[in-house]
Design a protein around this ligand. Structure first.
Ligand code: AHM
Ligand code: MG
Length: 390
């Protein structure tokens, strides 16, 4: 009898617990609204009653191309099994370098609808116009299809960066021109990047904040995961290729020393983090705060990074997130481009960090007195004295 009563009570408890569990589950599901990137873009475009949908479709095409690239990027390590670059794969197709593949996919995905006036890619020397027989659209797309691809064989995160403008040339004159590509970054109508990392994320802005989407591989959709990203005003990370120290100018050398000094109030010393893959370095610093610098050097007086499809889109995103981006002297978005593959030094990240770096770069700031140095030296002298006495 007693055992029976216990069993009944046990069953009732189980029932109550299960009910509570399902209630929480259902509540959780209704509270988390799943927003796909396509829906997000459409919602943003509703703010512009005159929008024709052409822009939304272009962004959707970019998203689609990113999914194709991601599919290939995650198979990068299989090159030994699937065939080396230049060889034939099992489908009888030639295996191409991933950056070449990514470039082709972007051109195909965007070109398919003919929804662009002109494109510019890091992989193409000249501009790309819509395929024969396709009408030209009103938008200009500049992109780096696979940035950091030299890291790919070591499984390091790589990325795609893109930037969108409205054409400035007369649409009735046919395809867009190089002049459409050479607009200042401040004219961008959208910019974004895709990071192919431990998960795949697409981060973009249309000038109304920065929003991040994570790819759910099970359903093949980018879902809103980081709404309204803002970057801290000051961080604790610096990212620069210190291997080039001897080629740096004095300002940057001093700035690095400044970051390495000890000062509790400003959280120094900072941590050094440099992946060597711009999207990954930028993305981390955007979320955690800090500064990324690719400066001018004695060997590369204009730096290495490209203005139109690396610096400009990231500068737009960074400013939208509350950060700052300059070439050490000028706002990146105000630079008047002169050529498609123009390079620029880049100082980008948390506002206060970038401002201090600029002051060093411009020779307006000197290294502070190292407050720890004198006590340390005195301690060393005392140690030496005590050794002598012994
Ligand atoms: P890429 O466009 O040829 O991939 O080069 C750009 C990459 C960036 O991702 C990264 O920030 C930089 O080159 C690293 O350069 P370095 O090896 O000189 O530090
Ligand atoms: Mg690049």
């Amino acid at each position: 009898m007693c055992a029976f009563a216990f069993a009944i009570v046990g069953e009732i408890c189980k029932f109550i617990l299960l009910k509570l569990y399902f209630q929480t589950l259902t509540k959780g599901e209704t509270m988390t609204e799943l927003i796909t990137i396509e829906r997000h873009i459409i919602e943003q475009q509703k703010r512009y009653p005159s929008a024709t949908g052409e822009f939304s479709q272009l962004l959707a095409d970019v998203t689609f191309a990113a999914k194709l690239v991601r599919r290939e990027v995650i198979r990068a390590g299989l090159v030994d099994i699937l065939g080396a670059h230049g060889s034939m794969n099992v489908q009888g197709e030639e295996v191409r370098k991933l950056d070449v593949f990514a470039n082709e996919k972007f051109i195909q995905a965007i070109g398919h609808h003919g929804r662009f006036a002109v494109m510019g890619s890091e992989e193409n020397e000249g501009i790309i116009t819509p395929p024969e027989g396709k009408a030209s659209g009103k938008y200009v797309l500049l992109f780096d299809p696979l940035d950091g691809s030299s890291n790919i064989d070591a499984n390091v995160s790589v990325g795609t960066i893109f930037s969108i403008y409205k054409r400035v040339s007369d649409p009735s004159s046919g395809p867009g021109t190089i002049q459409d590509c050479l607009q200042k970054g401040s004219q961008q109508v959208a910019a974004g990047y895709v990071i192919y990392g431990s998960s795949v994320m697409l981060v973009y802005t249309t000038g109304q904040g920065v929003h991040g989407f994570t790819l759910d591989p099970t359903i093949g959709e980018f879902l809103l995961s980081h709404e309204n990203i803002t970057t801290p005003k000051r961080g604790k990370i610096y990212s620069i290729n210190e291997g080039y120290y001897r080629y740096f100018f004095d300002g940057i050398k001093k700035y690095i020393k400044y970051l390495q000094q000890e000062d509790k109030a400003t959280h120094r010393p900072y941590s050094a983090r440099y992946i060597g893959s711009l999207v990954a370095d930028f993305h981390r610093n955007l979320l955690y705060g800090g500064i990324f610098i690719y400066p001018r050097t004695k060997k590369a007086p204009n730096g290495k990074l490209r203005l139109l499809y690396e610096a400009n889109p990231l500068a737009f995103i960074c400013e939208q997130a509350g950060g700052r981006a300059t070439d050490g002297y000028r706002r990146i978005l105000d630079i008047e481009p002169e050529e498609l593959h123009q390079r620029t030094p880049l100082f980008i990240g948390s506002e206060e960090d970038v401002k201090i770096a600029e002051e060093f770069e411009q020779g307006l700031r000197e290294l502070e007195h190292d407050t720890e140095l004198i006590p340390k030296m005195l301690a060393e002298v005392k140690k030496a004295e005590s050794l002598l006495v012994k």
